[in-house]
Ligand binder design. Sequence first.
Ligand code: AMP
Ligand code: MG
Length: 546
Amino acid sequence: MYGVEAVACGARRGHKAGVTAPVSFDARFTRALPADPSRENATRQVRGAAFSFVSPTPVAEPVMLAWVPEVAALLGLPAEPTPEWTLALAGNRLLPGMVPYAAAYGGHQFGNWAGQLGDGRAITLGELVAPDGARWDVQLKGPGPTPYSRRADGRAVLRSSLRELVCSEAMFHLGVPTTRALALVGTGEPVVRDLLYDGNPRAEPGAITTRVAPSFLRFGSLELPASRGDVRLLEQLVDYALATQFPALGPRSPQAVVALFEEVVRRTAALVLQWQAVGFVHGVMNTDNMSLLGVTLDYGPYGWLEGFDPAWTPNTTDLPGRRYAYGNQPSVAQWNLMCLANALVPLVGETKPLEAALDAFADVAADAQLSTMRAKLGLSPLEARAHDDRALLRDLYRVLSSTETDWTLFFRALADVTPALEGAPDAALVQPLERAFYAPAEVVGEVRAGFAAWLRAYLARVGAEGLEPTQRRARMNGVNPLYVPRNALAHTVIQAVEQGDTALLATWLEVLRRPYEEQPGREAWAARRPEWARHQPGCSMLSCSS
Ligand code: AMP
Ligand code: MG
């Protein structure tokens, strides 16, 4: 019998005024799965084990730069960070019950099998059992070297750590499944990075992000043992996944493994289509960065679509092939799922049911795309059956490409185009969209006529539903965000925090808590990308080097 049973773990929590009870940690991962027998913290190939015990390397001068109170509340932690937690999340001290480890996993990077990767700069401190019984893996990103660090230092710079914290919280508030972030701790130690891999390394401030998720299992967690023919370890990892994350599927059997894969296909398709809807480009959709739970994982050189362009990628490392460009994300997700299916074959004994589940991806994704785009346009899902909106969408993508049009602002502006404008001249009809255009002077002649023709077709479709303009506007603004964590904003906030000023970061996190609501006085947080950011390294151009 496989034993990932719930255990009594540590003291029970209770809140008395001003007193925080000790937090309970469990360690199902390290109890259930085989450990690397070596405890030496040196780079190596780890075989026959799911993880290595390793402790964070203490840092010089921990400073709490951001603490996310709603994540703290989820975990049953205080609303303000305590010195004890600051030290723990800097990796300078372990709290009772923490059993830190780095997980082994592999992955396909940019289409090629890369072998063992693993938590090279992440250490899970333990599985926190919250007061409501929910369990959260608490993980530091950037806490120093592990056996999986290969030739790198296990550290992260403030720039990338802040980007991860902000974006994961923004995603959560947008309603997109994601890992969460609890805290950002400055280490007081420099980290040397070559931002654009162009031979210009510089020392930057270091930081550690604390991420939390029900599990950090990745496609690559299963691919690694499969690639080595280690079926026993593969079975143990799948048992762990089923027992802890997919209990409804029951214990492992070929059918349960197929059902698991079907569930991952469904969740991944839904996730990627949500990314497409809000204009999020992950940037490094390698299989080691794909969560088995179907949540957004590993925020690196991500970006938010500004001018609509399916070929856009924020990741300079990916520029040659644009493999992970915006428009490719659904097909890359499917390719990644194929890698996962291959890893599961030994547990199913045949390929057919996995192939069938994989084939379903295209249909699930096409349906999800149509329904998310209909929602963005304010069209009712109930009316949808009566209309084939694919031509309307095709034409929309065409007009959006005819001049640089901001993906986020376009849908907010579209909500302001009312049926009363339908008979107006082109200029008046298109006018409400102006704030979405990067070069309004270009929107004349054929370009403007193209937008006007599309708007008339759209308003005719809206009219067929008989929705009140205010009703449609409210519905659209409820699904089309106004505030997304644009790269240029990140750049400005990072500079402030690097100078020791965290006020801007706090404001930004506050704005991103209500991304769908207009927040008077905070227009700057919703503005189009400024011209200076167009080619600025760290804004439009990011690399994996962080
Ligand atoms: P990523 O592309 O950031 O998802 O990372 C791919 C692999 O490289 C993972 O195994 C990471 O743990 C590892 N890695 C990335 N940066 C570092 C670093 N600074 N130190 C050690 N390992 C790293
Ligand atoms: Mg990664």
